[in-house]
Design a protein around this ligand. Structure first.
Ligand code: C5P
Length: 217
């Protein structure tokens, strides 16, 4: 496919979701929040009481997600779950089941189907390395663990959840370790990726940088 793709990969709470969303808006591109698919699988499994060690059963859940995206809102069946999937328990479960090859395989085709004209911005961990290795632009967005914990704290409070900074730091470190050390699709910068450290940067600065790289490869 020669439909343009921009991949934005990075650790949790690096700001890639916000940046991907804004870049997609500016270019009029579609958006793939691949983390949401792992979160939806986790939420669905938690609710069905699926055994979280049963890779085959989890892959089945992923394969049959009744998911619908509608203008920034995410539905599982008829229920809106945009906020529910952002809970820490769901994120932690997502990060565990994302280490299972059969789950990743089950979500592969669904992710490819987001590549539609006029273009796609895809955010996640393995967008540039595994899902869209031929992307026109690959970005690895990162930030210090402290900056990311601050952002996650603010996000949770703004959404009306409670949050504790020490717990968040510990969770982020655990999740980073799982995401970077797993055998399948570990979090690493893709070949040819531009590295962007946003610790001292606003989301808008990061958006401008990504757009500049896209305009002047
Ligand atoms: O990005 P987000 O925090 O929403 O992703 C939730 C979890 O899903 C991550 O911790 C990661 O383990 C997993 N994930 C993944 N591959 C992706 C996107 C997310 O393994 N492309």
């Amino acid at each position: 496919s020669n439909i343009p793709v921009i991949t934005i990969d990075g650790p949790t709470a690096s700001g890639k979701g916000t940046v991907a969303h804004k870049v997609a808006d500016r270019l009029g591109f579609h958006l793939l929040d691949s983390g949401a698919l792992y979160r939806l699988t986790a939420l669905s499994a938690l609710r069905r009481g699926t055994d979280l060690r049963d890779e085959h059963a989890l892959a089945k859940v992923a394969e049959h997600l009744p998911v619908r995206f509608n203008g920034g809102h995410i539905y599982l069946g008829t229920e809106e779950v945009s906020n529910a999937i952002r809970q820490e328990e769901v994120g932690n479960t997502a990060s565990k089941i994302a280490a299972l090859p059969a789950v990743r395989q089950a979500l592969y085709g669904l992710q490819l189907s987001f590549r539609e004209t006029p273009g796609l911005v895809a955010d996640g961990r393995d967008m540039g390395t595994v899902i869209f290795p031929g992307a026109q632009l690959k970005v690895f967005l990162t930030a210090s663990v402290e900056a990311r914990a601050q952002r996650r704290y603010k996000q949770l409070i703004d959404k009306g959840f409670s949050a504790n900074m020490d717990d968040l730091l510990a969770d982020l470190q655990a999740r980073d370790a799982r995401d970077t050390q797993r055998a399948v699709a570990p979090l690493v910068p893709a070949e040819g990726a531009h590295i962007l450290d946003t610790s001292q940067m606003t989301a808008d600065d990061a958006v401008e940088q990504v757009l500049a790289w896209y305009a002047h490869p």
